[in-house]
Write a protein that binds this ligand. Structure first.
Ligand code: ATP
Length: 234
């Protein structure tokens, strides 16, 4: 579904991505793990169009999307939930959900709103509240719900577990799995490698702008290098 090949991307004169290859098959959950600053977020930004790579190819369903503006990338079915959720804190929960559907032209937005509220009952309870008053976990659920309102084919998630209590982290990963079971393809950037490799089918390990390892999530979780660098001894 998504194919990235030989991507090089810069911030100013600094080469951040040094030839990244990555594939996300339709229907899968693929995780991209690696230390802080490895270039994971930068990789996601090249997919959404927020950062245009200097060279390489990115295709989505066979179409070359490099150079497309953000709204056009969103319209073909790619949604991103950025690190730190980036919900609209001053708007109500309901308004946030509606913002997720801004790009849509069909008339099923109302039904989808009901559907996401069925999935996240807490959002129904808080519908008229300011989003900034939700707990961290609720805000992450709202960010996911808002992204689903765009009916994405491919959902990009940047560190969804960041800053959340362990119990909430488990909920977030369960929701990611459910969304995937219902047909949305997922590319998941995580520092929580243990959880990410549990939920994903396939994984890539990134170090300083390069993919250094890849394989099925099960194989990576057993790989001594991954265990030593990312899973610790617990
Ligand atoms: P994190 O877990 O911190 O999000 P990451 O793997 O996603 O890590 P990136 O955010 O992609 O890493 O950052 C890769 C490198 O690019 C880092 O060295 C970072 O300092 C640098 N960088 C990120 N954003 C910018 C920017 N806007 N301008 C200049 N350098 C940046």
């Amino acid at each position: 579904m998504l194919e990235i090949s030989a991507i090089e991307a810069y911030y100013g004169n600094i080469r951040i991505l040094k030839g990244v290859d990555l594939q996300v098959p339709e229907g899968s959950i693929v995780t991209l793990i690696g230390a802080n600053g490895a270039g994971k977020t930068t990789t996601l930004r090249t997919i959404t169009g927020a950062l245009v790579p200097r060279s390489g190819r990115i295709t989505f369903k066979g179409e070359d999307i490099i150079g497309w503006p953000l709204h056009k990338v969103a319209r073909i079915g790619i949604s991103m939930i950025p690190e730190g959720r980036a919900i609209f804190k001053k708007l109500t929960v309901e308004e946030n959900l509606e913002m997720g559907a801004l790009n849509r032209k069909d008339n099923e937005v109302k039904q989808d709103k009901e559907r996401v509220m069925d999935r996240f009952p807490i959002l129904r309870e808080r519908l008229t509240q300011q989003a900034g008053n939700l707990s961290g976990g609720e805000q992450q659920m709202l960010a996911i719900a808002r992204a689903l309102m765009a009916r994405p084919k491919l959902l990009l998630l940047d560190e969804p577990s960041m800053g959340l209590a362990p119990q909430i982290v488990a909920d977030v990963f369960r929701v990611i799995k459910e969304i995937n079971d219902q047909g949305t393809t997922v590319l998941l950037v995580e520092q929580n490698a243990r959880q990410a490799l549990k939920v994903a089918h396939y994984g890539y390990v990134m170090e300083t702008g390069r993919i250094v390892l890849s394989g099925t999530a099960a194989a990576l979780a057993q790989d001594p290098k991954v265990i030593e660098a990312y899973l610790g001894s617990r």
